[in-house]
Design a protein around this ligand. Structure first.
Ligand code: URA
Length: 250
């Protein structure tokens, strides 16, 4: 613990911040890891540590709530085509079906990166790589998310440009977006919209704000990942190349 030191082979292992090690193990985001540490739930070599900024090496035995930290299988990355009628949580107090229930055959613990509403379907990334998850969700990296929406009515070009320029939600304008009408029969319109923020029910609220309530919403792309080859409820592991692409993006 604390500072650089030589390993048995004489090479030097760069120590890592404890919060980063906890995040890498998939237990929490870096900020949440700091909270675990401050709450006295983390120990190093048997001693509880509450100080933030401590550095550790692979020789240190780290435990959270008394359980040793391990991510022996290495990080895993899953793309789920989340169906509607499923909650984006690990456990639901109302016993509804969760996105984790959709991965019944997966033995590793993963958690969702961001969320999709109960009534929204589409691309959802799940991982145990807390660090990458944290970065993908960080507003600084402005990760694009594309949605296909069916909205009531024949959408006007003014409404589309307002969606692109920004609409006021909770007294704050949404960031620039792109929105394109792909077709309408007069009673409803099909819109493809790309945003990079992640506010609560953002897309539905944006359409409501311009007067076209959303009837159906599917996230067709998350960052560089598309739903191609998946049906609702199906999932797959990301390829190494896809993981690399996500890493270079953030
Ligand atoms: N915007 C919404 O309104 N719902 C989602 O699930 C995602 C983005």
């Amino acid at each position: 613990m604390l500072g650089k030191r030589s390993s048995d082979e004489g090479t030097v292992e760069a120590p890592l911040r404890l919060q980063k090690v906890i995040a890498r193990a998939g237990l929490a985001s870096r900020r949440a890891a700091d909270e675990l540490i401050a709450a006295g739930r983390v120990s190093i070599n048997g001693s509880v540590i509450r100080e933030l900024g401590v550095k550790v090496t692979s020789r240190d035995q780290i435990a959270v709530d008394g359980r040793p930290l391990s991510n022996a299988a290495g990080p895993i990355y899953i793309l789920l085509y989340k169906p509607t009628g499923v909650v984006t949580t690990v456990r639901d107090p109302y016993d509804r079906r969760t996105v984790i229930d959709c991965l019944a055959t997966l033995s590793e613990r993963v958690f969702p990166v961001g969320r999709l509403d109960y009534d929204t379907s589409g691309a959802l990334l799940l991982t145990n790589d807390g660090e990458l998850a944290h970065r993908l969700m960080h507003p600084k990296f402005a990760v694009n998310k594309t949605y296909e929406a069916v909205v009531s009515g024949r959408i006007s070009s003014e409404a589309l440009s307002q969606l692109e320029r920004g609409v006021s939600l909770d007294g704050r304008l949404t960031a620039r977006a792109s929105a394109e009408c792909k077709g309408t029969d007069g009673r409803s319109s099909r819109i493809v919209i790309t945003i990079h923020e992640g506010r609560n029910r953002q897309v539905r609220r944006m359409f409501e704000a311009v007067g076209y309530p959303c009837q159906r919403l599917v996230r067709t792309r998350y960052a560089s990942l598309s739903l191609r080859g998946l049906k609702p409820g199906q999932w797959r592991h990301l390829t190494e190349q896809e993981v690399h692409q996500l890493r270079t993006m953030v």
